[in-house]
Design a protein. Structure first.
Lengths: 378, 378
C-alpha cells in the first residue's frame, strides 16, 4: 500500500504537509534546457542518470529534451523505467549472478539494454543469460579511471575483456564505461581537470589498443554534474551521464568554477520542506526533518535563502535550527532545506510535490510524481 | 505499487537477492524475551519505539511479550500501527498544526493515543483537535533533560503547561516525557550514568512541583537501549521507550558496560545482506550496498564475523571491502553487514527477510514482513 502524498494537486504551497520533497518546476525545467543546450551544442550525447531522480516522469522529460536514454545502477531501476516507457537503459554498473542477469535479459525484449562488465566471469554470465532469453545485450567494458571502485585496469586487461565480449554471439561490444566518481566533488576546477585529464590518458590508451585489436567504441560513457564540461572538452567522451544537474544539491554548490565562484550552471530545484515542531528557546527551533527525510553523506541540508540560520544535529526525525533569535522560525513555521546530496535524499521519499511559482506568492502544487524506483535496490 | 520482496518464503538463505534486509528470527526472539524479562523483573512498563522497526508485525510481537503499547515519532506511523492492530500508541514528540492533530484525534476513536507537548500553543491546538473529533487525548509534557532538542525547561515552566493540560476538558494529563537522546550513545557507563542522574534531578524537581500543584504523573517515560538500566534503577521512570534492543546495531555495540566490555545485553539480529559485484584487485571488492541500503549517520556498516575485512567508502549504491586478499570475498559472494544505525537503515527497505537458523547450514526464509511504515514521514 503506497503512502499517501503529503499534498494534493491544486493546493497552495502553505497547505503542503511536512516534511515533503518539493520540486521547483520552474527551476527544474530551466535545468533540463540548460543541459540539453550544452550537450547538443557540443556534439555529445546526454544519457542522464536515473539513480538521481528514480522517476519515469523525469526520465521522459529528459528524453523529450533530447537525451538518448537513461542510466541506472540497479536492475530493478531498469525494470521500473522500462515499465514507465523508457526504451534505452544502460546499467552503468556490473551485474553479478544469473538471477539478476536473467531479469535484465528479459527486459531486453522490450527495450535496448546495456550493462557494464569488468571481469571475464561477467562476460560469460551475460552471454548465457542473453542466450537463455534469445536477446542481445549491449556491453560497455568498465575501466577504472581513478575512482578505485569497480572497473578493470585500462589497457591490455580491458582489451581482453572487450575481445571476449566481441566473440560472444549474444553480446554486442558497445565501448567503454569511464566514470570518475570521486572527481565530481573535488572542490577546485584544477583538481577536477587534473583528475579527468588523467582519466583521459587511460581512455585514450585503451581506445588505441582496442583499435589495434580491431574493436571500435561506439560509446565512451562517463562524466557527472561536477565534471561534464571537462569530459566534453576532451573530445574523448561522447556520452554524458550526469544526473544531479536536474536538482542541484548543496554539495555541488560547494564546487568552484575557474573564477573561484561557486558552481552555478544549474539552479537549486529540489528541497525538503520542513515544519517547525518546537522552539524551546529563542535561538533554537526543531524541525520535523532528520535522517529519514534528508541524507547527510555529503553534508547537512542547508536552509535556503535564510541568512544566519544553520541546520545541525540531525537525529532520525529531527533537525535543529540555530541562529540569531530573529532569524529562527517559530513553531508552525515552514522552511525549505537544500539537501546536501540529492540522490539518497530522493530515495527517502515517495512523492515529488511539484510546485509552480515556488518562490512567489502564487506558489501551488501543479503535479504529484511518484518516485517509482524509490527503494529499488536489487 | 510496492516493490517485490528480495526473497520468497521457503527459499534457502543462498537464494535471497541482494541487497536485502535480513532479520535473524532466532536472535530477534531472544532479544524480545531478554527485554521483556528485564522490564517485568524490575517493575517498569515497556513501550518499545516503533521508529526503529516501523512494523506492526514486530509491534504485535513486542506486545505479546508484555509491552503496554508502542511509541512513534510521526502521526503517519501511528496511523499505520493502529491499522495493523496496535491499540495504544504514544507519539513521543510534539505535533504542530491542525491538520496533523486532526489526524491524531481521528485515530483516538480507534485506539488510546498519547502525544507530547512542550508549549501552550500545542496544548491549545490539541484541545481544539480533540474537541472537533469528540475524543480525549492523553498528554505527556516533554521536558528537556539534557538533550537540548525539544522539551520545555524542567520545573515551573513545565508545571504551567501541565496545568493548562489539566484544565482542558478534551485532554488528560498523563505525566512527563523525559528522554535523553544524546546519552544513549555516550561510550562509557560513567558518562551515561552521569547524564541520566542529571536528567533524574530535573525529573524529580518537576514531579515535586507538579505534586505541589496537585498534579500526579501516571507516566514518566523515556530511556533508550543505551541507558534503560539506569532510568529503571533510578526508581523515577516507570515506562521504558527503548527501540533498538530488538535489532542491536553496530553503534550500540560500541557502548561499554561497567566492566569495560562491549555492551552485549542484546544480540545482533538485523543485517544488510550484500552481494559482491566486482573484485577488481585482490585486496578490494565492491558490494551492491551503499547509502541507499545502509545509513551511515552513526558509523559505517561492519562486516559480521569477518576478521580483517573492512567496509569503507560507501557511495550511493556501492561499498568497498578491503583487507588481506584471503579475507576479501569474490565476485558473486555474499556478506552480512551489521548496520551502523538500525532505525534509518530499516527505513531504506520495504521488507524484512526473516531467516530461521541464519548462521546454520539450514538457514531459510521463514517469513517476509512488510516495513509498513517505511517512509512514513508526516
Amino acid at each position: 500500500m503506497p503512502l499517501p502524498p503529503p499534498a494534493q494537486v491544486g493546493q497552495s504551497f502553505s497547505e503542503i504537509d511536512t516534511p515533503a520533497l518539493v520540486l521547483d518546476l520552474d527551476a527544474f525545467e530551466r535545468n533540463l534546457v540548460t543541459m540539453a543546450a550544452y550537450t547538443q551544442g557540443h556534439g555529445v550525447r546526454l544519457r542522464p542518470h536515473a539513480k538521481t531522480h528514480k522517476s519515469p516522469e523525469i526520465a521522459l522529460r529528459q528524453i523529450a529534451h533530447g537525451a538518448v536514454g537513461q542510466c541506472v545502477q540497479k536492475v530493478s531501476e531498469a525494470e521500473i523505467l522500462v515499465a514507465g516507457g523508457v526504451h534505452d537503459v544502460l546499467v552503468s554498473n556490473e551485474v553479478a549472478g544469473a538471477a539478476k542477469l536473467d531479469r535484465l535479459a528479459q527486459l531486453a525484449r522490450q527495450a535496448r539494454i546495456s550493462v557494464c562488465v569488468d571481469h571475464l566471469d561477467g562476460v560469460r554470465e551475460a552471454t548465457e543469460a542473453a542466450a537463455r532469453h534469445d536477446v542481445v545485450l549491449d556491453i560497455l567494458v568498465e575501466i577504472d579511471v581513478g575512482g578505485r571502485r569497480c572497473g578493470v585496469a585500462p589497457g591490455e586487461a580491458a582489451v581482453r575483456i572487450a575481445e571476449a565480449v566481441a566473440r560472444s554471439n549474444t553480446l554486442r561490444f558497445g565501448g567503454l564505461q569511464a566514470y570518475h566518481g570521486t572527481a565530481q566533488h573535488m572542490r577546485s576546477i584544477d583538481e577536477r581537470s587534473e583528475a579527468i585529464e588523467r582519466a583521459g590518458v587511460s581512455v585514450r590508451n585503451t581506445v588505441e589498443r582496442l583499435t589495434q585489436a580491431g574493436l571500435s567504441c561506439a560509446t565512451i560513457g562517463g562524466a557527472g554534474t561536477g565534471t561534464y564540461e571537462i569530459e566534453t572538452g576532451s573530445g574523448l567522451w561522447n556520452e554524458i551521464q550526469a544526473g544531479s544537474y536536474v536538482f542541484m544539491d548543496a554539495d555541488y554548490a560547494r564546487n568552484r568554477q575557474a573564477n573561484g565562484e561557486p558552481f552555478r550552471n544549474f539552479e537549486h530545484a529540489l528541497f525538503v520542506l520542513a515544519g517547525v515542531m518546537s522552539k524551546p528557546v529563542p535561538d533554537r527551533a526543531v524541525v520535523d526533518a532528520g535522517h529519514k527525510a534528508a541524507a547527510i553523506d555529503s553534508g547537512l541540508p542547508v536552509p535556503f535563502r535564510r541568512e544566519g540560520l544553520v541546520y545541525s544535529k540531525p537525529s532520525d526525525e529531527h533537525g535543529v535550527l540555530t541562529g540569531d533569535p530573529i532569524a529562527v522560525p517559530h513553531r508552525g513555521d515552514r522552511i525549505l532545506l537544500v539537501p546536501g546530496h540529492c540522490d539518497p535524499t530522493v530515495n527517502l521519499h515517495d512523492w515529488y510535490v511539484c510546485v509552480r511559482g515556488l518562490h512567489t506568492a502564487d506558489a501551488h502544487v501543479e503535479a504529484l510524481w511518484p518516485i517509482a524506483a524509490r527503494g529499488a535496490l536489487t
